[in-house]
Design a protein around this ligand. Structure first.
Ligand code: PLP
Length: 344
C-alpha cells in the first residue's frame, strides 16, 4: 500500500466505480449511437457529455503546467472538491480534520455534512500561519489540514516555504485552497505537487477568471489522489455546455483585468485607511480587503441603505468590527469611498 492510501477510507479504496456507456466505448468509427438510452433527436444537448472532460483538462493542463492525470474538475465549483476530499479521506465519527480560523466557511459546513470533527486553529494576531500549533492539533485520526492562501477573509497569503514545511511535517493530506492565487504575488503550491504526495491544491474559475456562474472548480493532486477523485465523483459532474463555455472563455487574456483589480485594491486600501470610521485596513494578496471599522454593524447597515453591500465579518475569530470589501470597478470603488467618507 502506498503512503497516501493509508489516509484513504477503506470503502473508497474498495469501490468499483460506475462505468458509463461512454467509458466502455474505446474508439472506432461510430455513426449510430445506441448505447446510452439518449434521445436520438439532435437538439445540441441530447448526448451525454464527456465524463472525463478530456478537452477541458488538456487546456487546464497547459494553463497550469500540471499533467492531466493530476487534475479533477468539479461542476459545483471548488465546493465539490471540498466535499469529495472529506468523503475520500475521512471516516465519519472517527476521523478529524484541522482548519485555520478565520477562514472560508465551506470547510466547516462540509465537515458537518460528513459528520467529521473539525479542529479550528486560530491564526496568529497578525493573521500569520501558526505552523507549530497546527501540527500540534493533529492526532492519529487527523486526515486533512485545510489552509486557504490567500486566506478568505483576511486577504493575506502564506509563504510557500511555510506551507511546504506543513506538508512535509503533517502525517495526513494538506489541502491548500488557492481560490485567489491569480491575484497574489506569493506564488502557488502547484510546482511542488510532484514532490509532495500529500498535497491537494484547490483553484477555481469563479474569481479572477470571472466565471462564478458556471460553477467550475479544480483540485490538483498526485495521479494517485486525482484518480480517487475520478472514482468518487458523479460520472457526469460537469455538463456539456459548461465544458464548452469554459474552454471558450479560457482563451481570454485576464491579465489586464487582474492588474486593474490589483491596482484598484491599492487605491481602495489607501482611501479607506484615511476615512474617519476606519481603524485599519489589512494588507491583501487578493481581490478584497479586510477593514476594521469603528462599528461594523452600523457601517454595514449604512452601506446597505445606500445600495452597497459588503461582507460583515465581525463575528469571526480575530475579526471584531471587520468588514470585507470586494474590489469592484473603479467607479464602484469611488462610490464606496465616497460613502465611507460621509459616514457619521
Ligand atoms: C470563492 C471561494 C472559492 C470558490 O468557490 P467556487 O465553488 O469554486 O465558486 C473557494 N475557496 C475560497 C476560499 C473562496 O473564497
Amino acid at each position: 500500500m502506498t503512503v497516501m492510501k493509508r489516509y484513504v477510507r477503506k470503502n473508497i479504496l474498495a469501490l468499483e466505480p460506475y462505468s458509463t456507456a461512454r467509458d466502455e466505448f474505446k474508439g472506432g468509427d461510430i455513426s449510430v449511437w445506441l448505447d446510452a438510452n439518449e434521445s436520438p433527436y439532435d437538439n445540441g444537448v441530447n448526448r451525454y457529455p464527456d465524463p472525463h472532460q478530456r478537452k477541458l483538462k488538456e487546456r487546464v493542463s497547459e494553463l497550469k503546467g500540471v499533467d492531466q492525470g493530476s487534475i479533477f474538475i468539479g461542476g459545483a465549483g471548488s465546493d465539490e472538491a471540498i466535499d469529495l476530499t472529506f468523503r475520500i479521506f475521512c471516516e465519519p465519527r472517527v476521523d478529524n480534520v484541522i482548519a485555520i480560523t478565520p477562514s472560508y466557511g465551506v470547510y466547516k459546513v462540509a465537515a458537518a455534512v460528513n459528520d467529521i470533527e473539525i479542529r479550528e486553529v486560530q491564526l496568529n494576531d497578525d493573521f500569520s500561519l501558526p505552523v507549530d500549533r497546527l501540527l500540534a492539533a493533529a492526532d492519529s485520526h487527523t486526515k486533512l489540514m485545510w489552509i486557504c492562501s490567500p486566506n478568505n477573509p483576511t486577504g493575506n497569503a502564506f509563504a510557500v516555504a511555510d506551507l511546504e514545511r506543513l506538508a512535509r511535517s503533517f502525517d495526513g493530506m494538506l489541502v491548500v485552497d488557492e481560490a485567489y492565487v491569480d491575484f497574489s504575488t506569493a506564488g502557488s503550491m502547484l510546482p511542488l505537487l510532484p514532490e509532495l504526495p500529500n498535497l491537494i491544491v484547490l483553484q477555481t474559475f469563479s474569481k479572477a477568471w470571472g466565471m462564478a456562474s458556471l460553477r467550475v472548480g479544480m483540485a490538483f493532486a498526485s495521479p494517485e489522489v486525482a484518480g480517487l477523485f475520478a472514482r468518487v465523483k458523479y460520472p457526469y459532474n460537469l455538463n456539456g455546455p459548461t465544458q464548452a463555455e469554459v474552454l471558450r472563455r479560457l482563451d481570454e487574456d485576464i491579465s489586464g483585468k487582474v492588474a486593474e483589480l490589483r491596482h484598484e485594491a491599492v487605491g481602495l486600501s489607501r482611501s479607506l485607511s484615511e476615512a474617519g470610521c476606519v481603524v485599519r485596513v489589512y494588507p491583501t494578496d487578493a481581490n478584497f480587503l479586510l477593514a476594521e471599522v469603528t462599528d461594523a454593524d452600523r457601517v454595514y447597515d449604512y452601506l446597505i441603505s445606500n445600495g452597497v453591500i459588503v461582507r460583515n465579518r465581525t463575528k469571526m475569530p480575530g475579526c471584531r468590527n471587520c468588514l470585507r470589501f470586494t474590489v469592484g470597478t473603479p467607479e464602484e470603488n469611488r462610490r464606496v469611498i465616497e460613502l465611507i467618507n460621509e459616514f457619521k
